[in-house]
Design a protein around this ligand. Structure first.
Ligand SMILES: [Zn+2]
Length: 569
């Protein structure tokens, strides 16, 4: 849309002040890829593949797309309560005699307790170590079991927490051993007094490969037995436990880097070579798939549970629910369904994806099987440019830049997808009565940012310049996806900087996500973004992502993509 003459006159007026003001328009940029938070957070036991492993999304066919819902509470304890309520919808459920209670601060005890709870028809809840979590107490009252069994030593669940359970009028006891391995053995004996034919063996040294073993073990009617996977031989205590339980089939979760080949040899000697299988993939996500493939070889159509792989709490919380219904639990990236997991969940046997945890833990986009895009490739729709992430190459220039069909003040261009969405958004703003909006600044080249930045440094010095202008190579404008918008024809605001107080600015802040844009530098987010609030700067992310961003209550793309704050270079 070509702007009318009045708009152009207005635009020139804005341009006059913007010519100087432009120098104060920050941009961002983006840097050498750091370790992916997904990879860092989980004590990876097998090699992790970063989010850039899936740079090219492929479509999920509509016919195969499952529905999605979410099991979540305000925190991990409340999420465990939500899973418990899903598993036991009615209060004081018939047949529920025991609720197991484990620490939510570590994974080992709850992981072992899950299959035992399922075998005993019981529940599993999590608590803070130092006292009984309030939401957990409420759920214990609702379930009103005959007994509560605390799993783990006093360091995991304190005596105070046990007294808190007693205060509810519920008998409480403790199962524990000298360490997580002996505790897991004791829990297995508790859950399977008549023995079990199949056991899953997982390491107690990292949760990543072990989480999906819980529902897998439940599906086989057996326990998860934790071992120190680094051990060169099968520990005698583990061997004795498996003998005592009468285990004839052993399934190992994870590769030899997680559960050693020596342990595997010992298991083969114990139950026979053909009775031992190992399920492992290249990373925690594909390992989960391998575990589920082994555990659920002929899955009927139904639910799949999906938790983020960069934490353990939510996956533990849902272990009993998944185990009771003999449905698989998968791990995914927190913000997108990464390749192999997405393929797995696209199978027609998956009718519903049940996300576990709130949007801060796992995004709604995962539930729609939204594909991953690179956060580091400069030409990716999701590239994150900030003070910790420089564009690579630093002189990157997008291809296919176009002049958006909107009123522009400086003739700036945008990436084609962003330009089309901007026109749709600006037309909608006017149609919905918000008034006219012009593009003030779009793509800026590396060399142009050099000029902008150097001019600002000459004027203010480096420290002050860094607060308002991105260094060359770190600017979001350089991607062709970041842009500054200005109100047009508003007598109360003749400068883009006051857009936040105009109908246009208010409309944009509320509606931009409908069209694929997010307000990039919100008020109060400087500690994360490194920039002062900029109610004029919007970032195109694509509609699916921007809508999920808004639905999840996010305020920075760093938080949305699970990236570290970037307040400084
Ligand atoms: Zn900007």
């Amino acid at each position: 849309m070509v702007s009318p003459a009045s708009t152009l006159r207005r635009a020139r007026a804005v341009s006059a002040c913007a010519a100087i003001a432009l120098l104060a328009v920050p941009a961002t940029a983006h840097a050498a890829p750091r370790a992916d938070p997904d990879a860092r957070a989980g004590k990876a036991t097998t090699r992790d593949v970063g989010p850039d492993a899936d740079p090219v999304p492929s479509p999920v066919t509509a016919a195969a797309a499952p529905t999605t819902d979410r099991l979540a509470g305000a925190d991990r304890y409340a999420t465990a309560v939500a899973a418990s309520r899903a598993a036991f919808p009615s209060a004081n459920p018939a047949g529920l005699t025991t609720v197991y209670l484990a620490s939510g601060a570590d994974y080992a005890d709850a992981l072992a307790a899950g299959p035992t709870a399922v075998a005993r028809g019981g529940g599993l809840l999590l608590t803070q170590p130092d006292r009984l979590t309030a939401s957990t107490a409420t759920e214990l009252r609702r379930l009103a079991p005959d007994r509560v069994v605390v799993v783990g030593g006093a360091g995991a669940v304190s005596a105070k927490a046990m007294r808190d359970v007693s205060a509810l009028g519920l008998p409480v006891s403790r199962i524990s051993g000298a360490d997580r391995y002996t505790t897991s053995a004791a829990v297995a004996r508790e859950g399977f007094p008549s023995g079990a034919r199949t056991a899953w063996v997982a390491t107690g040294q990292g949760y990543a490969d072990a989480l999906s073993a819980g529902p897998a073990a439940s599906a086989a009617g057996g326990p998860v037995v934790l071992v120190d996977g680094r051990s060169r031989t099968l520990p005698a205590a583990t061997s004795q436990l498996l003998k005592d339980l009468g285990v004839t089939t052993v399934r190992i979760a994870g590769g030899t880097g997680v559960v050693s080949s020596g342990i595997e040899s010992g298991l083969r000697s114990l139950v026979g070579s053909s009775a031992v299988t190992r399920s492992a993939g290249a990373d925690r996500y594909t390992t989960t798939i391998a575990v589920n493939s082994r555990a659920f070889p002929s899955l009927s159509r139904g639910d799949a549970y999906v938790a983020a792989g960069n934490g353990f709490a939510d996956a533990l919380a849902v272990g009993v629910l998944a185990g009771r219904s003999k449905r698989p639990l998968y791990l995914s990236y927190a913000y997108c369904a990464n390749g192999s997991v997405r393929t797995e969940l696209s199978r027609t046997v998956i009718s519903r994806v049940r996300l576990v945890g709130g949007p801060g833990a796992i995004r709604g986009y995962v539930g729609t099987l939204g594909a991953c895009r690179s956060l580091t490739a400069a030409d990716s729709l999701w590239v994150v440019a900030n003070k910790q992430r420089r564009l690579s190459p630093k002189s990157y220039a997008p291809s296919g830049l176009v002049q958006p069909d909107v009123a522009t003040i400086n003739g700036h261009k945008l990436r084609r997808d962003a330009a089309a969405a901007l026109k749709t958004m600006i037309d909608a703003a006017r149609a919905e009565g918000a008034g006219r909006i012009a593009l003030l600044s779009g793509y800026r080249s590396y060399s142009y940012q050099v000029q902008v930045y150097n001019a600002e440094v000459a004027l203010r010095g480096v420290a002050a310049a860094d607060k308002v202008v991105a260094r060359p190579g770190y600017s979001e404008h350089q991607t062709g996806l970041g842009m500054d918008l200005s109100p047009v024809g508003d007598p109360s605001c003749n400068d883009y900087r006051c857009i936040g107080n105009t109908p246009q600015g208010r409309w944009l802040a509320a509606n931009a996500p409908r069209f694929g844009f997010v307000l990039r530098y919100e008020s109060g987010r400087t500690p994360t973004t490194g920039y002062s609030p900029e109610p004029w700067h919007f970032r195109y992310l694509g509609a699916a992502t921007s809508r999920d961003y808004k639905a999840g209550g996010f305020h920075t793309i760093e938080d949305y993509f699970g990236l570290p704050a970037a307040p400084r270079y």
